[in-house]
Design a protein around this ligand. Sequence first.
Ligand SMILES: [Zn+2]
Length: 258
Amino acid sequence: MKKKVPIFIVVLLLVSASRAALGVGFQHEVSKGETLSEIADKYGVPLKSIVQANGILDANRLRIGTMLRIPGKALGGVWYEVQPGDTLSGIAHRHGLGWKVLQLTNDIASPRHLRVGAKIFIPNGSESAFRCPLRVPIDVTSKYGHRYHPITGRYRLHEGIDFRASVGTRVYAAQSGKVIYAGRRGGYGKVVGIQHAGDWTTWYGHLSRIRVSVGGKVDQGQVIGLSGNTGMSTGPHLHFEIRYKGKSENPVRYLTLR
Ligand SMILES: [Zn+2]
């Protein structure tokens, strides 16, 4: 049995709050009952590296709402503070990114309403554990989150992200792993599920062709199938999910989008 760090652990940050917010790496907000070891497991990074990255001096109580910097595997990047006169496209351009990528990653409703002083996460595209499953220009037709289903009309969680993709577009494994599902599954149509290290899975729905079989090993970037319009779908697209211990996560928090 792994020894658990006590449920509430006081985190003392060596750096000031503002500097931490502008640091490098992914951020994780501590929720009720979470332990440092659980957080370390989730992101697949050693507990020690989280302790070091956050300058944790006393690991007795972890305050709910504390923003922890997670180094390494998760989406890498820098935090930028919006200055007067900044535009989203200007910030994106300076970092060699499309403004839509920044809008998605930061869940900005409208680029016109960019608040001065707001902290924007700029992914650097090099440290992410999950690579985008498509190589065509990113066009998100439906985000992760609650929505009215376009076909059933029911209000429920959209557990993945939809990328526009014409039928026959190559779909790539977001990370290396083992195929745990390859076939039809209800509204998903033809779908592939891949098990990755550390209890993460990725799912690729509405495919027209499947090029892998259950039990097979896949490398990151390997073609696993072709996108399509199978299952409950209103038009050709790829439905992509990232799950941790079976629970869906917002993919834009983990994906390198360009
Ligand atoms: Zn979808």
